[in-house]
Design a protein. Sequence first.
Length: 209
Amino acid sequence: MKPNRKVKASPVAVKRLVLLNRYYRITRFYEFIRDTSIKGGVIMALAVAVLVALEYFVLDFDVLLNTLVETYSPAVVFSTFFASETFLGLLPPEVFIAWSAKASTPWTFLMILASLSYLGGILAYFIGNRITMIPTIRIHLETKIKTHITNLKKWGGLFVFIGAMLPLPHSIVSMACGLVKYNFGSYLLWALFRFVRFIIYGLLIFRIF
């Protein structure tokens, strides 16, 4: 038998990784990931604490969610969620994931929510892309989401990944992609991580509700 040969990394590949690492350090990418993750973790922990406190002292969330399921048709809830995921992401997806936990087929509902979030991001991308044709609105929007545009230009697809996975408004990140005319194919691939986030959150929230 021939001895196993260790696969050595190409010097060019190593150099590229070193340069990328240096670039990300200079542009504070790692700090951004850390701060966003901590902020998201704190927000989620507080949200869970508030929900537990409210359920213990004030409300029965099982009853509340069941009431929502009985009162509003899935079409109404899905339409509301799609609108939110398209325009600025005003409503937290976790509420809708908790709602889907009470459905007769929770994982089917969860995947519908994930698909609507993905499609809402695509629509937000095209809204941002078309807004460039209206100078006054474009300038106003660029001012409002200046930080997101700056980060997108610095980190490209990785920032789309962050918007899909971490607690940043996915629709705003998607709109920023449209504004700067970020490659649509690359956007579609990175935005697929939105499904990963919904599955992870579903595994956690379904255990609670």
